[in-house]
Design a protein around this ligand. Structure first.
Ligand code: URA
Length: 187
């Protein structure tokens, strides 16, 4: 499948009811040949209105971390588990994830990243392991399906202001940036 075909499939998707209430499909954005891919949960209001992932408050905070560790946002690919906004920003449901995950898998197949970073526990539970505990296991790297994978706190959790989480996030992001630069150098 090509990028265009995949995006059209997402836009026209009727596999779950979220497609009926969305404003825009939030397909994904960034470098289609990225070494590093981030996977969040689902679009929020700003993303639903713009069609672009991580552009609201959580996205701005993610941008700050990327800036601090000197990873250009344009150089990574950012997608979500769900391509359509769940009403009132509730967590993505299992059945919605089941229906939507094939689109994400196809995006990963097309990008062929070296590293996949889950933003928050929802994508970590789906992509790394079902009993993933974000407070204990963030920043731990595993090799899975030919990728190096880890998870970090979701930026919207960090917005709620726990200073320790923010410090841990910065340390995790520094490790991500180091690995990213190593991969870029050896590419
Ligand atoms: N939260 C997410 O998980 N994804 C977005 O795109 C925005 C907020």
């Amino acid at each position: 499948m090509t990028w265009e075909e995949l995006e059209q499939k997402c836009i026209n998707c009727t596999l779950c009811p979220l497609g009926q209430t969305k404003t825009n499909t939030v397909f994904g954005a960034g470098n289609k040949n990225a070494v590093l891919m981030f996977v969040g949960e689902a679009p929020g209001e700003s993303e639903d209105l713009s069609g672009v992932p991580f552009v609201g408050r959580a996205g701005k905070l993610l941008d700050k971390y990327l800036e601090v560790v000197e990873i250009p946002r344009d150089d990574v690919y950012i997608a979500n588990m769900l391509k359509c906004r769940p009403p009132k920003n509730r967590d993505p449901q299992e059945d919605e994830q089941d229906k939507c995950i094939s689109y994400l898998r196809e995006q990963v197949r097309l990008v062929q990243p070296k590293m996949i970073v889950c933003l928050g526990r929802i994508s970590a539970m789906r992509l790394i392991k079902p009993d993933f505990k974000i407070t204990k296991e963030h920043g731990i790297w595993v090799k899975k399906g030919g990728f190096e994978m880890t998870a970090v706190y979701h930026p919207s959790l960090l917005l709620r202001g726990n200073l320790q989480y923010k410090e841990e996030m910065l340390e995790d992001m520094k490790v991500i940036a180091k690995k990213y630069r190593d991969y870029k150098q050896n590419a």
